[in-house]
Design a protein around this ligand. Sequence first.
Ligand code: TXA
Ligand code: MG
Length: 335
Amino acid sequence: MKTIPETQYPFEAIISVEEAVSRLRSSEVVAIPTETVYGLGGKISCENAIHQIFSTKKRPFFDPLIVHVHSVDQASKLTTAWSPAAEALAKAFWPGPLTLVLPKKPFISDLITSGLPTVGLRLPRHPLARAIIEKLGEPLAAPSANLFGQTSPSKAVHVLAEFKGQVPVVDGGDCDVGIESTIVKVIEDHQQISLTILRAGQILPQQLVESLKSIEKEIKIYQPGRNIEAPGQVKHHYMPSIPLIYVDQKKWDAIGGAPEKLNKELGKTFEKIAQIQLHAAPEMAARQLYSLLRDRSMPPNEAILFIHEAHQQGDAWEPILDRLRRAATYHLLQD
Ligand code: TXA
Ligand code: MG
């Protein structure tokens, strides 16, 4: 299966699972599909590979990487606190789009965790990601395969475009979930389990709480919501290559509902503003989101418009709206 225009990218940039494993073994980095977004992987035992991930992405070292595993057993060996809560969460949601932040074992490089005492662990659901990690025989550090602060890739061709064909990628088709994993920090003692949501995702806070019901401890959940500031979850994130204008429905109606009026409101002269319209079902909207942002960023478009419609609200929309707010350069809200 080949989905790239050969004229633009070297054909060798699409590689097989076997080739990916062999390159990872020799300390190279490769892009791999996961069910959330494509990741840029390097083996955790090799500092050179980890350095290469940061330099390829132009990522600051304060932003820690998620470590991907192929089994619960492999995950439990990376933390000093594989607690009953971690076990229950893994049982309920792995393989799948959930990252557990737990105290790290000392052998995990500070480069991976940005010097934090914790490590983010995820067992992905995508069969090719699982095959690669299993064949490699060691965990894989993998951030999303995009330049720092930019839109994440949900197709192999996005990775090729992002790195101009210089990063080899295993094509696993379009990502099923389409937005990054939910990240939760888990702290458990004798009496209580505390969960802190560090990044919203498809798996919702109430589902996490539900999965812990059988453990007889008090559960505390912290949801920083819009103020989430996990390292790297900076205010501007997921940004397309042209400005995104986020307008809520009331404001849109108030300014007369026409793209020309936006220019006046913003004091800009965008010649062509392309709108993105998302599917009415949030899980479908998440799947389309990054593809639409990349697609609408193409010339001659000069800006992208997202109108936050009244029906797009509730827990399942929150992770999508969170990305759009952070991706936006301009926010026009009716207060
Ligand atoms: O779905 C995903 O999670 C994708 C795929 C490839 O697995 N990965 C991903 O990685 O989104 P990245 O690097 O783009 O985002 C990971 C975020 C970091 O920005 C950071 O905020 C958080 O995870 N993180 C990682 N380790 C952490 C830790 N020990 N403590 C707090 N936050 C952590
Ligand atoms: Mg990312």
